[in-house]
Design a protein around this ligand. Structure first.
Ligand code: FMN
Length: 359
């Protein structure tokens, strides 16, 4: 079992194992990477005001997200290409996430098919993350397949009309390795990610060619009309957009800047969270990701009104270092940090975590 002191310690270990081009793709952000760094730093600006003598001997981290029970309020966000990290790819992540009692949101850009990921999840709940393709029949096909494979929510990522300006990937000429496929698509899609159209990142070229930058709120209504699954909108920062998501029928939003990989210079999710929670005003659930590396970060997010959080890159570092067991170790570590943080802050249950905990 991977022996984890803290989640930050995993990145340098994974770096030793990975091809530098692939490490950079995972670790990197857009442009100057200001938002990438800020997303981690912003959590440290909130202080926790703990309460004492509240009887914390019996603690429970159980909660629900969109009505689905989870063993603790940490989910695995959609991330492309788990096959870069380990031969078992998303199958390993799905098994590990299920074993830890929480939810994997499988990316459109997975190396394994969404059906294979569903099978690996067994009876555990799973979500499917959707990128909307210019070819709406491709989009419709993905939605129908996800519903048929038992996914219980559709996570619509809205911050990626085009790929962010990821300089590491441009410099490295990012290409998907020849042994990996895009599991949800015909082979021609994988080939586009290997060859690209000349310079720079093949992934950026693929996104420009395939994804629909004309996407607008009315398309969210179209998706509702073809999806039996509730929709959660991922990539919201402005409270006004959270309100629009509610008005267009979303069940929730994920406050996110895509791990600092899209528009550099945008605020950390942590900075916007409380305002988004206030704007949503209980009409849906608010989740958050970006730079969450500590149990205390999870505690702060919940105190600011998030229903749950998602933790990204550390999952991929765990996968790189020890496959499914590594992913389990990352989730188990974060669970134990959250459990301790709750005890020390005077919270025996998730519902004890309220905004008064934040100074
Ligand atoms: C390697 C990598 C691939 C990603 N791929 C996707 C994706 O396919 N779809 C998506 O909505 N977000 C994607 N994201 C963004 C994550 O879902 C998430 O918002 C972000 O990683 C959270 O920040 P953190 O890594 O600091 O925890 C990706 C992030 C990384 C690091």
């Amino acid at each position: 079992m991977l022996d984890i002191l803290n989640l930050d310690s995993l990145e340098p270990l994974a770096r030793e194992r990975l091809d530098p081009m692939l490490f950079d793709y995972i670790a990197g952000g857009a442009a100057d990477e200001w938002t990438l760094v800020e997303s981690r730093a912003a959590w440290s600006r909130f202080q926790i005001l703990p309460r004492m003598l509240r009887g914390v001997a019996d603690r429970s981290l159980d909660t629900t997200v969109l009505g689905t029970p989870v063993s603790f309020p940490v989910l695995v966000p959609p991330m492309a290409f788990h096959g870069l990290c380990h031969a078992d790819a998303e199958i390993a992540t799905a098994k590990a996430t299920a074993a830890e009692g929480t939810i994997l949101c499988a990316s459109t850009m997975s190396n394994c098919s969404l059906e294979a990921i569903a099978e690996a999840s067994g009876s555990a709940p799973r979500w499917f993350q959707l990128y909307v393709y210019r070819d709406r029949e491709i989009t419709r096909g993905l939605v129908q397949r996800a519903a048929a494979a038992g996914y219980s929510a559709l996570c619509l990522t809205v911050d990626t009309p085009l790929a962010g300006h990821r300089e590491r990937d441009k410099r490295n000429g990012l290409r998907m390795p020849s042994h990996l496929e895009l599991g949800n698509f015909p082979r021609s899609h994988s080939d586009q990610n290997r060859v690209g159209s000349g310079h720079g990142s093949a992934l950026a070229h693929y996104i420009a060619a395939q994804w629909d930058p004309s996407l607008s709120w009315k398309d969210v209504e179209w998706l509702q009309s073809i999806s039996p699954m509730p929709i959660i909108v991922k990539g919201i920062l402005a409270p006004q957009d959270a309100v629009l998501a509610m008005e267009h029928g979303a069940a929730g939003v994920i406050v996110s800047n895509h791990g600092g990989r899209q528009l550099d210079g945008v605020p950390a999710g942590a900075t916007m969270l409380a305002a988004v929670v206030d704007a949503v005003a209980g009409r849906g659930e608010v989740l958050i990701d970006g730079g969450i590396r500590r149990g205390t970060d999870v505690l702060k997010a919940l105190a600011l009104g998030a229903r749950a959080v998602l933790v990204g890159r550390p999952i991929l570092w765990g996968l790189t270092l020890d496959g499914a067991d590594g992913v389990r170790a990352v989730l188990a570590h974060l669970r134990s940090e959250l459990d301790l943080a709750m005890a020390l802050a005077g919270c025996a249950t998730i519902s004890d975590i309220t905004r008064e905990l934040i100074l």
